[in-house]
Design a protein around this ligand. Structure first.
Ligand SMILES: Nc1ncnc2c1ncn2[C@@H]1O[C@H](COP(=O)(O)OP(=O)(O)OP(=O)(O)O)[C@@H](O)[C@H]1O
Ligand SMILES: [Mg+2]
Length: 250
């Protein structure tokens, strides 16, 4: 089982859009995949037309109730979803009350080790106990970077946090998100990031209203408009992620 988290300190950068499409791609060839929506806003849950309700977040965290009980099937055969719940806003609080809290998400996922090949964790923005527990559970973290000066700065803050502060062994895979080729600054920063940071995945996700419409249609872009250039970009990104993980043997 490989665990990937879409994560950024910054909000609104394309984490959920990526998680929604990449999870579908992971499950496409009948590979058992789970998307766990850990953001109390529940956007990934919404995209997959599932009701955002998880009974007893507390009992899940305390392992009094198996994770499996909260999992729902989606419209796509190999893809399951663990929905978000507004009560996830208390996840930090719940985690704070258990031992080895930063290892708890990893420990919970061990329950599902034989059930899924891919697990995609869609995270809320910010740095919290929950995000630390998520980063500790992931093999790799996919970080959308919108080519603005602030986004690039938060990427380095995240790196410092992962490597220096938390000492986590998670591969950081940043990718360019919401790239607008018409903007000179975007072109410049894209070039700078691709040249300057070897971790950067090569495929940029373009800024496209088709991605925005996903929230309306409530289906992955790969299902509604598979030939759209943004859908093709997610497809290429997914191939690249698999290649990188294979190369680093994660
Ligand atoms: N490539 C894109 N082109 C255009 N719009 C996009 C793109 N990716 C995401 N969006 C839109 O931008 C908004 C934020 O995207 P998304 O929800 O994926 O970000 P997020 O990082 O998960 O946000 P949050 O931090 O709130 O969880 C949404 O309205 C989404 O439809
Ligand atoms: Mg989100």
């Amino acid at each position: 089982m490989k665990v990937l988290a879409t994560y950024s300190i910054k909000g609104g950068v394309g984490k959920t859009a990526a998680a929604t499409n990449l999870a579908w791609l992971a499950a496409r060839d009948a590979t058992p995949t789970l998307i766990w929506d850990l953001d109390p806003q529940g956007a990934a849950t919404f995209n997959y037309r599932i009701r955002p309700r998880v009974k007893g977040v507390k009992s899940l965290v305390r392992e009094q109730r198996p994770l499996e009980k909260a999992i729902k099937g989606t419209d796509y055969p190999a893809l399951d979803l663990l929905p978000a719940d507004f009560r996830y806003r208390n996840l930090d609080l719940q985690l704070d009350q258990v031992k080895k809290s930063t290892k708890r998400v990893a420990r919970l996922l061990r329950q599902l080790e034989d059930d899924y090949e891919w697990v995609i964790l869609d995270c809320a923005p910010g740095i919290s106990l929950t995000s630390e527990a998520i980063l500790a559970a992931a093999d790799a973290v996919l970080v959308p970077v919108v080519p603005t000066t602030l986004s690039t700065r938060t990427l380095y803050q995240l790196t410092a946090f992962v490597e220096d502060e938390a000492g986590l062994d998670v591969e950081i895979l940043p990718f360019l998100s919401m790239v607008d080729r018409r903007k000179k600054l975007h072109r410049e920063l894209q070039h700078e990031l691709l040249e300057g940071d070897p971790r950067m995945l090569r495929t940029p996700i373009p800024n496209a209203s088709a991605v925005e419409r996903m929230g309306l249609l409530r289906e992955p872009l790969l299902v509604t408009t598979p030939r759209h250039h943004a859908a093709k970009a997610y497809e290429a990104l997914w191939e690249e992620i698999r290649e990188r993980l294979h190369r680093s043997r994660r």
